[in-house]
Design a protein around this ligand. Structure first.
Ligand code: GRF
Length: 186
């Protein structure tokens, strides 16, 4: 079986990266992570790249240089799929267009509701009964690409933004690998 070559972009704790790495160790999982890219030197998620011996690069620079660097690496490593996992930089329209249908993102809400930042505060302020997470294709508009998979999470009265974030993160770790399997068949 030939797995597709993937690259994961991170900015922070990288727990979604970890869940994708773990899934990718399975013989039947359709991608292999060939590269991890962080736009932050301090991203804790880089430790998972180290732990699992995955090559990584830190590109802590402006968007133009970041994307130039990424393009070179992607070309060199023949990357076919890009997974954004807690990646906090907005990619340019040009970059996104180059990889149409090949960039995935995970967002901690039931899109199209609550695009953007501070999701958990906004969800709680509006007294929603449910929230959740969404894996979607990335297009030129923020958090607006075609939805691949979603998971609903019930909101309890006791939920704080932190508690809700933790509950949703557990589901993120499950749906990201499933979404990858859903869109890539070997
Ligand atoms: C996740 O909630 C993800 O949905 C959001 O940022 C958080 C990152 O978590 N985009 P991690 O870096 O994967 O631990």
């Amino acid at each position: 079986m030939v797995k597709k070559k993937a690259c994961v972009f991170i900015s922070g704790s990288g727990t979604n990266l970890k869940s994708i790495i773990k899934s990718s160790r399975d013989y039947n999982f359709p991608i292999n992570i060939e590269l991890v890219i962080s736009n932050k030197k301090s991203a804790k998620g880089l430790n998972y790249a180290k732990k699992y011996s995955i090559p990584y690069r830190i590109l802590a620079c402006d968007r133009r240089k970041f994307e130039q660097g990424v393009l070179q690496l992607i070309f060199l490593k023949k990357i076919e799929i890009i997974c954004l996992a807690g990646f906090m930089k907005i990619l340019s329209k040009n970059f996104v267009r180059k990889f149409r249908g090949k960039i995935l993102n995970i967002h901690p809400s039931l899109l199209p509701k609550f695009k953007g930042l501070n999701t958990f505060n906004r969800v709680l302020e509006t007294n929603e009964k449910f929230s959740g997470c969404t894996v979607h294709f990335v297009n030129a508009k923020l958090d607006s690409g075609k939805i691949i998979l979603q998971k609903k999470v019930k909101i309890s009265k006791k939920d704080t933004p932190n508690k809700l974030a933790k509950k949703i993160l557990i589901q993120e770790h499950k749906i990201y690998p499933r979404a990858i399997m859903k869109i890539i068949s070997l």
